[in-house]
Write a protein that binds this ligand. Structure first.
Ligand code: D5M
Ligand code: FE
Ligand code: ZN
Length: 497
């Protein structure tokens, strides 16, 4: 394709530098894009550079914002694919999304509300907020109605219960597990006997739990049960009026050599020209790592085709621009995006937002939003790295299990001091409250849909092939899958491209 682009341009009396060619290669139809680009110049330069492309894209965008009906469609669309794994029930004719008025509300987002400076006092306040908020959730559980302070529970030798934050988890040579748990009054060593099911519970550092049991005469608290806040009961999915549908994506990694442009082209063709399911999509939620970024990991430059952060977002903007106008995009950042990595991450900065069409709304990570009254919690999922290292039963290949643990703990990233950087905001934005109807993560480059106590779970795939880093760590990505959820029923499917 690189050669075809170069000969296409040279036949028309111009050339393009490395970066400009790389940009064109990220487009679904590179030759069509080159043709449109040439048309945009009154006098084409000798060698087209990224600067030229940027100018051309900005002009084209300004024009299409003024006259949206004249939006050019790609010249060479690949043929639409037959529906893969989408069941017949999902293919019933529904009202086209273009007839549905937008109903998006942002319910919870750090953007514009960050106050922390990262001082010691900030951290103390942050953890106090976490402790008190999750304690309150735990106190509504009947097992913990009489929970007392640790200092008091430790002194009694009858059955008692307390609530505390886990500060250490270790396993003895006999397979018992010992937790250090503390509250504002004291800390206790809690034994989870090897022969009980408690020993295999996925307990991690810095989560807040309830413990019921009895202190022995050597000051060790023998647990009979561990209580996680979890979701109290199975809840019903709120039904919207129409079959409005939402598609989920993350980890597009535009700018990487391993970005799967051909698979994206198939998605784009389907979205623009596809069947009743494509036409029923009203929203596209993008949960982070939308570009590959710059300097995210050592020697990343060797794996980039676009080594300019703005060029990466411009390429993404053009890709999104080709999608149907009525597809509302909600974009939150991940650990590869150009914003502070500490969570909660605010929305991308204005200098990047202005590269995009007005149908893209920028939010933070995590973000709780409502679409037609259905509550969606979108979180990139960096903490899954820490969950997978801390809990032997969890793996990169099964992200929905890690998501269930987050819901049980009512916290997106309980483990502090691992790979997930956490900003000590005055409130803990990573607490899961309120309970969402749909919970989506990305990051692990897997794909899947599932359920936990009435919450629809979505892990939103990737558009990047295996990187050398992932090969080293034995991470097999599952790329180019598009989870779609029907807001009327909560039914979730995954379409492959
Ligand atoms: O993460 C892509 C995948 O690579 C995801 O499964 C996590 C994994 N990953 C990322 N960084 C690390 C480190 N440092 N160790 C182990 N595994 C990791 P992405 O965010 O796209 O780079
Ligand atoms: Fe990623
Ligand atoms: Zn990531």
């Amino acid at each position: 394709m690189r050669d075809r682009i170069l000969s296409f341009l040279s036949e028309r009396g111009t050339l393009a530098d490395e970066q400009a060619v790389a940009y064109l290669l990220t487009q679904a139809d590179p030759i069509g894009a080159a043709e449109r680009l040439l048309r945009s110049f009154s006098d084409p330069p000798m060698v087209i550079t990224l600067v030229d492309i940027r100018a051309a894209v900005a002009i084209a965008r300004a024009a299409s914002e003024r006259a949206p009906a004249l939006r050019p469609t790609p010249a060479l669309l690949p043929a639409p694919r037959p529906l893969g794994s989408i069941p017949a029930s999902f293919r019933e004719t529904v009202a086209p999304a273009s007839d549905v008025a937008e109903d998006l509300r942002i319910l919870k987002d750090i953007t514009g509300h960050s106050t922390c400076e990262g001082t010691l006092a900030d951290f103390a306040r942050y953890f106090r907020h976490r402790f008190h908020t999750i304690s309150r959730l735990l106190r509504s559980r009947p097992e913990l109605a009489g929970a007392m302070e640790i200092a008091r529970a430790k002194k009694l030798t009858r059955d008692t219960a307390f609530i505390g934050m886990v500060t250490e988890v270790r396993t003895t040579k006999n397979g018992h597990r010992i937790l250090e748990v503390e509250d504002e009054t004291d800390s206790a060593a809690v034994l989870l006997p090897a022969d009980s099911s408690l020993a295999s519970d996925a307990i991690v550092n810095d989560e807040v739990i309830g413990v019921a049991g009895r202190s022995n005469d050597r000051g060790l608290f023998i647990a009979k049960s561990i209580v996680h806040p979890d979701l109290p009961t199975s809840k019903a999915f709120p039904r919207t009026d129409g079959h409005v549908r939402v598609a989920f994506m993350s980890d597009i990694h535009v700018g990487s050599r391993t970005f799967l442009a051909d698979r994206w082209a198939k998605f784009e063709a389907w979205a623009c020209d596809g069947d009743e399911v494509a036409r029923s999509l009203r929203y596209l939620v993008l949960s982070g790592d939308v570009v590959d970024g710059i300097g995210v990991y050592p020697r990343q430059d060797e794996e980039l085709v676009l080594d300019d952060i703005y060029a990466q977002y411009e390429a993404l903007s053009s890709m999104l621009h080709e999608l149907p106008d009525h597809l509302k995009v909600i974009l939150s950042p991940g650990n590869h995006d150009a914003v502070r990595p500490a969570e909660p991450q605010p929305a991308l900065p204005a200098a990047i937002q202005k590269l995009f069409d007005s149908n893209v709304t920028f939010v933070g990570n995590p973000c709780t939003m409502s679409l037609h009254g259905v509550r969606i919690l979108a979180y990139h999922g960096r903490s899954m790295d820490d969950f997978v290292s801390a809990v032997p039963a969890l793996s990169y290949a099964r992200p929905l299990d890690a998501m269930r643990e987050m819901l049980r703990k009512r916290h997106l990233a309980p483990i502090y001091g691992g790979k997930t950087p956490i900003a000590p905001e005055s409130e803990d934005h990573l607490i899961i409250d309120p309970v969402p109807d749909i919970f989506v993560t990305g990051h692990v480059h897997a794909a899947g849909v599932g359920e936990h106590r009435g919450v629809v779970l979505v892990n939103s795939s990737t558009w990047q092939a295996q990187t050398s880093f992932q090969k080293m760590h034995n991470i097999e990505p599952v790329p180019a899958r598009l989870p779609i959820v029907d807001l009327h029923t909560g039914e979730a499917v995954v379409k492959a491209f």
